[in-house]
Design a protein around this ligand. Sequence first.
Ligand SMILES: [Fe+2]
Ligand SMILES: [Fe+2]
Length: 166
Amino acid sequence: MSTDAIVLLKEDHKEMRRLFREFQDAQDGPPKRRQNLVNQILEALTVHTYLENEVMYPEVRRLLPDLEDDILESYEEHHVADVLCAELATMDADDERFVAKTTVLIENVTHHVEEEEQEWFPKVREALGRKQLQEIGERMLALRPDAPRTPTAPKALKKALDAVTA
Ligand SMILES: [Fe+2]
Ligand SMILES: [Fe+2]
């Protein structure tokens, strides 16, 4: 199994896209199914953005100062996703705004993931060595079991709040 940071993050993105498609297919079906898929989406996003914010983004910012603007934009995009995730976590699947809010979340994250994969991952891959990317990936794997799994977990809320107050 590869520990390359970009490979690991892309695997997460792939799983997110799969969940997004499943939600889109299920959005007019039973509320229970919608709820179940949104729970899975919230967990996947909470873990992923935590690992990027704690390990990948600060490391890239430190090693590649030229990418600072991309990183700052990414933090803001994560923050928008954090707010939507926290709101969705308190909503019922039969709320009239549930599907609309999930759709906006999916649109935002899809845009963000495309920018990561098409714009800055290639720059990072070019600038950092294989060994450096493996070390970053190993740090993310080590931190993963401690990552928050729901948007309302203390560590996830702290991240959302730090973005406003830092
Ligand atoms: Fe991201
Ligand atoms: Fe990502």
